[in-house]
Design a protein around this ligand. Structure first.
Ligand SMILES: NC(=O)c1ccc[n+]([C@@H]2O[C@H](COP(=O)([O-])OP(=O)(O)OC[C@H]3O[C@@H](n4cnc5c(N)ncnc54)[C@H](OP(=O)(O)O)[C@@H]3O)[C@@H](O)[C@H]2O)c1
Length: 278
C-alpha cells in the first residue's frame, strides 16, 4: 500500500490517479474530506502536525509520499519520518523545492531542508524531488482572466522553466514504485524557460481570446503578497522570481531521465486548464 500525503493538492491529486491507474493500493491523506478521488482509493483525514495520529495512517504502508502543504513551521520532520519508519515503511519520497538546494540560507525553506535531512538519515530508501516553480501558480491569475481578461504580474520578462505538477506526479509515482530511484535527488523543471508575459500569451492561445498583460512593480507585488504570507517568505519568492540564479533558470534533465520523455511545456498546462480561466 502507498500513502500519499497532500493528496488533494496540485501534485497529490494526479499522483493518486496515476498510482491507482497502475493498480496500486493507495491511501490518500489530507486534513479535510476529499471528493473526486478514483474508485477504490481510500481517503483518510490526517494532519502531519499530529504525529501520534500518523501512526494509524502509515501502518501497513510500503511507501509514503510526503509533502509540506502550508508553510510547515508547526511540523516536526524527524518525528514524522520516524513514525513512518516505525510503522515499517520501506520507501519515502519527499517533495521538496529546487530552492532548498539553490538558496541554502533561505529561512522560508528551512522546513524543507529539515525534511530532506530527516529522510536521508531515515535508514530506509528515500528519494528527494526538488521541483522549480509550478505551472499551476498561474491559477493565481484565473479570477482576473475570467473577469477582465487581464494578467497582472511582476518580472514580466524574467523567464523560468516552470514545471507541470503532473510531471512531478509522474516522477513521484516512478520513485514510489521503483527502488532504482533510491538515494537520488531530482531537480524537476519544464522543458524551457517561460516568462510571465509568455505564460499570459499561452493562456490567451488556449482560451482563443486576447489576454492583456499588465506589468506590476516588485513593490506592488510585495504589498499584495504580504497580506497573505509572512514577509520573509514573500521576499524569498520575489527574489527567485525577479533575480533567479543561473541554476534556477536552467532546464534540468531529470524529468526526461526518469520518464524517458521531455517535460510538458507550459502551453500544455494552459490548454488542459483553460476551463478555469474561461
Ligand atoms: N508552488 C510552487 O511553485 C512550488 C515550487 C517548489 C516546491 N513547492 C512545494 O510544494 C509543496 C506544495 O505542493 P502542492 O502545490 O502539490 O500542494 P497544494 O496544492 O498546496 O496542496 C496541499 C495539500 O496538502 C494538504 N495538507 C496541507 N497541510 C497539511 C497537513 N498539515 N497535514 C496533512 N495534509 C496537509 C492539503 O489538504 P488539506 O488542506 O485538506 O489538508 C492538500 O492536499 C510545498 O511544500 C511547496 O514548498 C511548491
Amino acid at each position: 500500500m502507498i500513502v500519499v500525503t497532500g493528496a488533494t493538492g496540485n501534485v497529490g491529486r494526479p499522483l493518486v490517479e496515476l498510482l491507482a491507474a497502475a493498480g496500486e493500493e493507495v491511501t490518500a491523506v489530507s486534513r479535510r474530506p476529499a471528493g473526486g478521488l478514483p474508485a477504490g482509493v481510500a481517503h483518510r483525514q490526517g494532519d502531519l502536525a499530529d504525529v501520534d495520529g500518523l501512526k494509524g495512517l502509515f501502518e501497513g504502508a510500503e511507501a509514503v509520499y510526503l509533502l509540506v502543504g502550508g508553510l510547515g513551521d508547526e511540523l516536526r520532520p524527524r518525528e514524522i519520518v520516524a513514525a513512518a519508519v516505525a510503522c515499517g515503511v520501506r520507501r519515502i519520497v519527499f517533495q521538496s523545492s529546487q530552492v532548498a538546494g539553490t538558496r541554502t540560507d533561505s529561512v522560508s525553506h528551512e522546513v524543507l531542508r529539515a525534511f530532506e535531512a530527516a529522510v536521508r538519515d531515515s535508514g530506509v530508501a528515500w528519494t528527494v524531488l526538488r521541483p522549480g516553480g509550478f505551472a499551476s501558480n498561474a491559477f493565481l491569475w484565473a479570477e482576473p482572466v475570467r473577469s477582465a481578461r487581464t494578467v497582472v504580474a511582476p518580472f514580466a520578462d524574467v523567464a523560468l522553466p516552470v514545471v507541470d505538477p503532473v510531471d512531478i506526479a509522474e516522477v513521484a509515482a516512478a520513485a514510489l514504485r521503483d527502488p532504482a530511484h533510491a538515494g537520488r535527488t531530482y531537480v524537476l523543471t519544464g522543458p524551457v524557460a517561460v516568462s510571465p508575459r509568455e505564460q499570459a500569451r499561452a493562456l490567451a492561445e488556449a482560451l482563443g481570446a486576447p489576454v492583456e498583460f499588465v506589468a506590476q512593480s516588485a513593490g506592488e507585488a510585495r504589498a499584495q503578497l504580504v497580506r497573505f504570507l509572512p514577509e520573509e517568505a514573500v521576499d524569498g519568492m520575489l527574489s527567485v522570481l525577479g533575480e533567479p540564479r543561473p541554476e534556477e533558470r536552467r532546464v534540468s534533465p531529470d524529468v526526461e531521465r526518469v520518464l524517458g520523455r521531455a517535460p510538458r511545456p507550459f502551453s500544455a498546462w494552459a490548454e488542459r486548464n483553460a476551463p478555469a480561466f474561461a
